[in-house]
Design a protein. Structure first.
Length: 230
């Protein structure tokens, strides 16, 4: 089975990522969250004992079908509103993070430090892999007309923002854009020496074809409240 991440919050159920929904489960005495069907599974519980019981029952159920969890990729982590405070009391470090759907999820707080906030940023491995593919494609288009490459890059970058444009992910989107800008300039400078590309000529090209980062998704609690009004 894929990468199950089982999280618990001893004092209360934390805000769930993306499309999570509250559930009542026979294994739960408290609240929990369950992610919709996906390659990887993320399940949240209010109490540690419930999380441990769920893992045991999941292993037993999979065994009936000759399947098993990949123990190297299955984790029980403390995550949620009170994880940071509880771990600090025990002399432990910050709450663990987990990766899901291309994002690293981590515990943080609002700017005033009063409320728990689910932080999400593009996973470094995903960012590097995407940049490697885009840079290779730009090199293959070295001798294509600039407007043609520009239109293609614009579609690629807008598509990237459509998926990765979540609150708190500005740094990753800025890095993605800046890396592409630098690499395209390097490629343009290599394709001819008669009129070497400089920043004065390149600036308008960037302004025309390389869009700036934009948010395309709301905060998780906004999506959650809209889907599950009280």
């Amino acid at each position: 089975m894929g990468n199950p991440h089982v999280g618990f919050d001893e004092a209360g159920a934390g805000n769930g990522p993306l499309g999570t929904a509250p559930v009542l489960d026979p294994t739960c005495e408290g609240l929990g969250v369950r992610f919709p069907r996906a390659t990887h599974l993320v399940v949240g519980f209010q109490h540690r004992g419930e999380a441990e019981r769920f893992v045991a029952e999941l292993e037993a159920r999979l065994e009936r079908f000759g399947l098993s969890l990949n123990l190297d990729k299955t984790r029980l982590i403390e995550f949620g509103r009170f994880a940071d405070e509880n771990r600090r009391k025990r002399g432990q470090g910050k709450p663990e993070t987990f990766e899901f759907l291309g994002f690293t999820h981590y515990c943080t707080r609002t700017r005033n430090g009063r409320f728990f906030h689910l932080g999400r940023r593009t996973a470094k491995k995903r960012l590097r892999a995407t940049l490697t593919k885009v840079k290779a494609a730009v090199r293959r288009r070295m001798h294509d007309p600039i407007p043609e490459v520009g239109k293609w890059l614009e579609r690629v970058i807008v598509g990237y923002y459509q998926y990765h444009g979540i609150p708190g992910n500005w740094d990753a989107m800025k890095t993605f854009r800046e890396e592409i800008i630098r690499h395209w300039l390097k490629v343009l400078r290599r394709r001819g020496q008669k009129r070497r590309m400089n920043w004065q000529r390149y600036g308008p090209i960037v302004q025309r074809w390389i869009p700036r980062p934009t948010l395309t998704h709301p905060h998780p609690n906004v999506r959650f409240d809209a889907k599950h009004p009280r």
